[in-house]
Each structure stands twice: as structure tokens, then as C-alpha cells.
Write a protein of this length. Sequence first.
Length: 121
Amino acid sequence: MFRTPLRLLAIGCSLLIGAGWLMFALDESRSASETSAQIVAGNDAATRADLSPDEERAREEIHSDAREYVDDANDILLKPFAGISADSDNKWVRRTVPAIIGLLVYGFGLGYLARFSSGRA
């Protein structure tokens, strides 16, 4: 009964997390020097999952609507795991660790629940 919705939710969450991380990686590869200058200036908002309202508005001005949708979905999905790597100085760690944990929880966990709900653990 719950197998198909759980499976679709697992796939959707995994795709959103994967797309968000991929877009982050592409941005970083395109603008490494610009991002480094922002971090030196103390603005590392683009690399965190827990943004303040002002940082969120600044990010919305930079990205397209589709990109902002993916970023917002990532913020919601990864917020429970963002604190794990929040103290790291490395932006790749701050972004990758929550994404990996999110993929494990949402992708593997919900996928397992979907299989379990149909009696195939």
C-alpha cells in the first residue's frame, strides 16, 4: 500500500539532493576565485544549508527560479544534518557530508521502508 509512494519519495529526495550537490560543484568549479574572495571577506552563505533570511534573499537574486527551487528543497531536506559539518572550514565538507547523510537517510532509508512495507525486507 505504501510501497509506491515511499519509493517515489525516496527517488525524488535523492534526485533533489544529487542535483543540488551537482549544481554546487559546478558553481564551485566555475567561480573558484570569486568564491574564495567572498570567503576571505567573510561571506560563506552559499556553502551552508542553514541560511539567514538576508542570505536567502541574496541567493535568490543570483540563481534562476529552477535553481532556487532545488536549493530550497536541499535546505529543507538537509537541515537536520547541516549541524554535523557546520564547524568545518572547508565548504566542500559543509556541503558534501550533509548530502551523503541525506542520500543515505532519504534514498536508502525510504527505499528500505518501501521494500519492508511490501513484505520484502
